[in-house]
Design a protein around this ligand. Structure first.
Ligand code: KIV
Length: 258
């Protein structure tokens, strides 16, 4: 049965850790579905890890809709969340229109970066579940760094997370903050916190699947744990294929029709 927003929230109350991963294609969506991770994120990291853009700002609504539809086709069990891309939620009207498009493409909920009270209210009033995102905000950050080391910045991040909860977000991502701040925010909220570089104290964790699998080699943040090195493995297989074709060893008898 498909996981719901209420189910995800009950996991926090029951002390169960929540798992979220990104997916951008059908086979990956099917794997995450079959492993039964709790949430799948069609994030705007799509722009960097799949589409080859310099940053997450270049991604368009058309890109997001295309990949949300693909992932939705492979998912029946996980709560599916899609990012509202940069500049797609500048006014309440635009935010609602784009959130509806993502929902119609198959997202169960949408996510946006930062504390934007009017925008958040408009989406939630429209009946679309919304996930917040505080700490490092890749769409607008001038630098990828740890946020909230200074007391004033930490206070602001915690206040933003509280405001998102008060406005009705069902959960929030907390990105790239010291683990003590991750714990503080988690303990102060009723809604689940999903950490990425925010320590083990968050209610759940999210990673970009291309980082976890070792498929993205442009840079690797400290918080990424590579559970596999698929880039190396794919290069090995492709090199092997190339050599066998060049040497006339493929196709062999077993892979030919007679
Ligand atoms: O786009 C993304 O990958 C994200 C992260 C929080 C995982 O928003």
């Amino acid at each position: 049965m498909k996981k719901t927003v209420e189910f995800i929230q009950s996991m926090k109350q029951n002390g169960q850790k929540i798992t979220m991963l990104t997916a951008y294609d059908y086979p990956t969506a099917r794997i995450l579905n079959d492993v039964e991770v709790d949430m799948i994120l069609v994030g705007d990291s799509l722009g960097m890890v799949v589409l080859g853009y310099e940053d997450t700002r270049s991604i368009t609504m058309a890109d997001m809709l295309h990949h949300t539809r693909i992932v939705a086709r492979g998912n029946t069990e996980c709560l599916l969340i899609a990012d509202l891309p940069y500049r797609s939620y500048e006014t309440p009207e635009q935010a609602v229109e784009n959130a509806r498009l993502l929902r119609d493409a198959g997202a169960d909920a949408v996510k946006l970066e930062g504390n934007k009270p009017e925008i958040v209210k408009a989406i939630i009033d429209d009946g679309i579940p919304l996930m917040g995102h505080v700490g490092l905000l890749p769409q607008t950050a001038d630098r990828f760094r740890v946020y909230g080391r200074k007391r004033t910045e930490a206070k602001q991040i915690a206040a933003d997370a509280g405001a998102l909860e008060d406005a009705g977000c069902f959960a929030t991502v907390v990105e790239s903050v010291p683990d003590a701040l991750g714990i503080k925010i988690t303990n102060s909220l009723r809604i689940p916190t999903i950490g990425i570089g925010a320590g083990a104290g968050c209610d759940g964790q999210v990673l970009v699947i291309h980082d976890l699998l070792g498929l993205f080699d442009r840079f690797t943040p400290t918080f990424v744990k590579q559970y596999a090195n698929l880039r190396k493995e794919i290069m090995r297989a492709v090199t092997h294929y190339k050599l066998e074709v060049q040497q006339g060893l493929f196709p062999d008898e077993d892979h030919s029709y007679h």
